[in-house]
Design a protein around this ligand. Structure first.
Ligand code: GLP
Length: 242
C-alpha cells in the first residue's frame, strides 16, 4: 500500500485527482469505479477544473458507482445518482449512458443486484475510488460476520444512518437500506484509491490499514489488494505515523 499525505483536504484532493486523471489519459476508455460522500468532492472539483482547462476528456470514459439508497429516485437530492450528476457528470463531457448507479427504485431487489453485478463483471473496473465510513465500511459494506462478495442489499447500521443524517432534514428520512457493490466486486478493481480526511477518520484509518483483516472492519480487506493508494490529509493520518 502507498500512503500519500496532503497538507490539507485540498492538497489531498489534488493528489487523488492526479491519479484519476493519469488513468484517463493513459486509457481514455477506462472504467472508473466512483464513490459519493464528502471525501471525493474535492477530487471531483479538481477534475472538473482540469476538464474546463482542456486537459481532460471524459468522452470515452465509463463509470460505475459503488452504491445507492434503496427507495430514492435519481432525482431525489440525497440520492447518489443526483450527487454524481451535480458533483461531476453535469460539468464534464461524459456520456450519461455510460455512467452506472444502482436503481434505487428497482422493484425486484434480486434482479437489480444481478443486473448491476453483470455490469461490473462485464466492464471490469480499472480504478476504484473509495471513501471510508466511520465504522470502516467501504461502499455500503457494513461490519458483519462475513464479507459479502457481490452486489447486494444491505441494512444500514445505526452508526451509518446517524452519520449520513447530516444531509437529510431529519434522521427518520434517511433510507434504512441500500444497494451496494460487494467486497469481491471492489477487490477485483485493478487499482484502488482511498481518500480520507479529517481527524474524525484518524482512528478508523489506523484500524483499516494496520489492524487485523476482518469483516468487522470491512475496509481492512484492502490490505490484501496489491495496488492500493491511500490519500489523506494530516489530520486523517495523525494516528499512523505517516
Ligand atoms: C457513505 C458512503 C460511502 C462513503 C462513506 C464516507 O455512507 N456509502 O461510500 O465512502 O459513507 O463518507 P464521507 O466521505 O462523507 O465521510
Amino acid at each position: 500500500m502507498r500512503f500519500l499525505k496532503g497538507k490539507d483536504y485540498k492538497d489531498a484532493s489534488r493528489k487523488a485527482a492526479n491519479i484519476i486523471s493519469a488513468q484517463i489519459i493513459m486509457k481514455p476508455n477506462c472504467v472508473l469505479g466512483l464513490a459519493t460522500g464528502s471525501s471525493p468532492i474535492g477530487a471531483y472539483n479538481q477534475l472538473i477544473d482540469w476538464y474546463k482547462k482542456g486537459d481532460l476528456d471524459f468522452s470515452e470514459v465509463s463509470t460505475i458507482n459503488l452504491d445507492e439508497y434503496k427507495g430514492l429516485s435519481g432525482e431525489h437530492e440525497q440520492s447518489y445518482r443526483y450527487f454524481m450528476n451535480t458533483n461531476l457528470f453535469n460539468h464534464v463531457n461524459i456520456e450519461k449512458s455510460k455512467t452506472f448507479v444502482p436503481d434505487g427504485l428497482a422493484e425486484d431487489d434480486d434482479r437489480e443486484c444481478a443486473r448491476y453485478n453483470e455490469i461490473i463483471k462485464s466492464k471490469g473496473i480499472d480504478l476504484q475510488l473509495l471513501g471510508l465510513g466511520h465504522n470502516g465500511h467501504i461502499g455500503f459494506n457494513e461490519p458483519d460476520d462475513a464479507f459479502e462478495k457481490e452486489t447486494h442489499i444491505v441494512k444500514l447500521s445505526e452508526n451509518t444512518i446517524l452519520a449520513n443524517s447530516r444531509l437529510f432534514e431529519e434522521v427518520s428520512h434517511v433510507p434504512r437500506y441500500a444497494f451496494t457493490m460487494g467486497i469481491k466486486n471492489i477487490m477485483q478493481a485493478r487499482k484502488i484509491v482511498v481518500i480520507v480526511s479529517g481527524v474524525d477518520k484518524a482512528d478508523i484509518v489506523k484500524e483499516v490499514f494496520f489492524g487485523p483483516v476482518t469483516p468487522k472492519v470491512p475496509g481492512s480487506i484492502l490490505q490484501m489488494h496489491n495496488d492500493v493508494t491511500v490519500i489523506g490529509d494530516e489530520a486523517a493520518f495523525s494516528k499512523i505515523g505517516i
